[in-house]
Design a binder for this molecule. Sequence first.
Ligand code: AMP
Ligand code: GLY
Length: 420
Amino acid sequence: MNILILGGGGREHALAWAVMQNPKCDKLIVAPGNAGIAQIAECASLDIEDGGAVVEFSGENAIDLIIIGPEAPLAAGVADALRDAGFPVFGPSKAAAELEASKSFTKEICDAAKAPTAAYGHFTDAEAAKAYVRDQGAPIVVKADGLAAGKGVIIAETVEAAEAAIDDMFGGAFGGAGAEVVIEEFMTGEEASFFLLVDGEDVLPIGTAQDHKRVGEGDTGPNTGGMGAYSPAPVLSDAVAEKALEEIVKPTMREMARRGTPYSGVLYAGLMIENGQPRLVEYNVRFGDPECQVLMMRLGAQALDLIHACAEGRLAEAQVTWADDHAMTVVLAAEGYPGSYEKGTVIGGLDGLTEDSFHQMFHAGTSKKDGKVVASGGRVLNATARGATLAEAAERAYALVDGVDWPEGFCRRDIGWRAL
Ligand code: AMP
Ligand code: GLY
């Protein structure tokens, strides 16, 4: 099989690594890729948000399966263009990608499906939104309706802070994403992520994970794209996962199919769990980054068979084989991230790392310059390991971190603290 992966982050490096383990993969191209991906696959330069260009490239390269990593090509309808041209593709249609692109859309689907989630109001003008906030009281959560790169959510501790957030959003602080606002009840509990493959009708759980969104140790400081993750997430026990499946995922997927916009691809359900009851925080229509890295580490080569079955609508016959293991990924980021940071700093020590089916240094924002690997983004490397226990996985992941010589980088030293 000739496979094309779209994207160039740590998520896509992990996907590429898993796909390459599987003997069914004859050739792998990743667009645009990064310096780590270039060591295991061919990297191509291609406008991955241009459906026509991706279709043409796939035809020219006799591609049999396209795996879409990030949300932007999905929201741009690249999966639709590929499906219309007859290519098997892993990723939802533009209409189904609304589950991530519009928060009010997801809330409405939850209402129709009676799926447990936070109470909410949806507003197109500031005065009505503020009146709702005054009525509900604080703490309360103010969200820009559209895609805001993870920054469009304000947890307001007071009514005044919520009103200020509403003014900011309608004032254009998040561009078009804030033209509509969703205001939600503040939910308490522990968060975890549940990953499932969906092929319109059938749903197959493929794992759980917990992310670390804050930049600082002890979950302090500003939000980031994620500073580390581990799998499985103990709070998502079998009983809680079963509830999430039956009460949230299956009813919402049935509602999507009923509306004529069936979902196909990986579904990432962000859940809040309190007293054994899961509620939906949000859906994402792609793998989490860095959650994908720990899932791929645990799934290995079978990830390709699962993705292929999903793309071809054969999930009913697919099965996941779990080892009783744990995985952890620690993100190395450029000093200053998530604020401003330097690019082009040289990363040493990568050639000396032990990498095997228990240890992988996945690359996120890296490129090659004058024969050296340099940092080209905020989140740069993902030290990923698995072990019989989470403690063993952590020890191995931090051993990888310690093998890297990059004075301009940093990581959190406490990934997994809740579970450890
Ligand atoms: P989102 O972009 O919807 O994932 O929100 C970002 C983060 O804000 C979530 O991961 C939660 O930590 C938090 N959050 C979002 N909505 C709520 C809510 N209704 N109650 C409590 N926390 C929330
Ligand atoms: N790590 C969080 C996300 O990918 O959305």
